[in-house]
Design a protein around this ligand. Sequence first.
Ligand SMILES: O=C(CO)[C@H](O)[C@H](O)COP(=O)(O)O
Length: 209
Amino acid sequence: MTKLQVAIDLLTTEAALELAEKVAPYVDIIELGTPLIKAEGLKVITAMKAAHPNKLVFADLKTADTGALEAEMAFNAGADLVTVMGAVDDATIIGAIEAAKKAGKKVVVDTIGVKNRVQRAKEVTAFGVEFVELHAGLDEQALPGYNVQKLISEGREAQVPFSIAGGVNINTIKDVVAAGAAVAVAGGAIYGAEDPAAAAKALKEAIIA
Ligand SMILES: O=C(CO)[C@H](O)[C@H](O)COP(=O)(O)O
C-alpha cells in the first residue's frame, strides 16, 4: 500500500516537532525538509527520531556532492532515508548508496532538475536506491501550467519504485495511489492546513479507501 510522507518545510525544530506530534498517527514517513535542515542543522534529525523512533525519518538533504559523506552524517544523526539529486554525477549517488548499505539505511533520488525523469529513474534504480522521488519543487510548482499529473504519468511509465512530490493534496492523492506510487509526499497540504491532523487523516483515509 502507498505510504504517506509528511514533508515538514517549517524552519524551527520546535515547530517541526509540534507538527509531527499532530500528524504522527496518520503518516508513515516524517520528512525533514531541506530548508528546515539548513536552518536547524542535523540536530533536528536527531530530535525528530528521538520523538518518533517508530517512524521512518527522511532527511531531505538534496545532496549534490560528497554523497557518501553527507549521507553518513545524516544517518549518524538518526535519519533512515536521505535524498541525493538525480541530476548529479552517478558517483555521488553511488557513494550515498554505499554509505547507506554500511548503515543499514536507504537512499532516495530526487529528480528536481532532471530533464528525462523516466530514463534517470530507471538508471538510478539499477544502482540500488530505495525509490525515486518524481518531484516538482516549490519553485517549479509556482510556474504557470504546472500540474502534478505529469509526474504521476511518469511514475506509471517508469515502472520502478517511486514517490510523487509536488503539491500532492486531497484532490490528487488517489491518482498518486492508482499510479502505483510507493509513497505519496504531502507538504503544504498538511503543514499549510488549518487543521494539519485532520488534513493528514483525510489523506491517509484517501489512500486506504
Ligand atoms: O522538497 C520539497 C520542496 O523542494 C517539498 O518538501 C516537497 O515538494 C513536498 O512539499 P509540497 O507537497 O508542499 O510540494
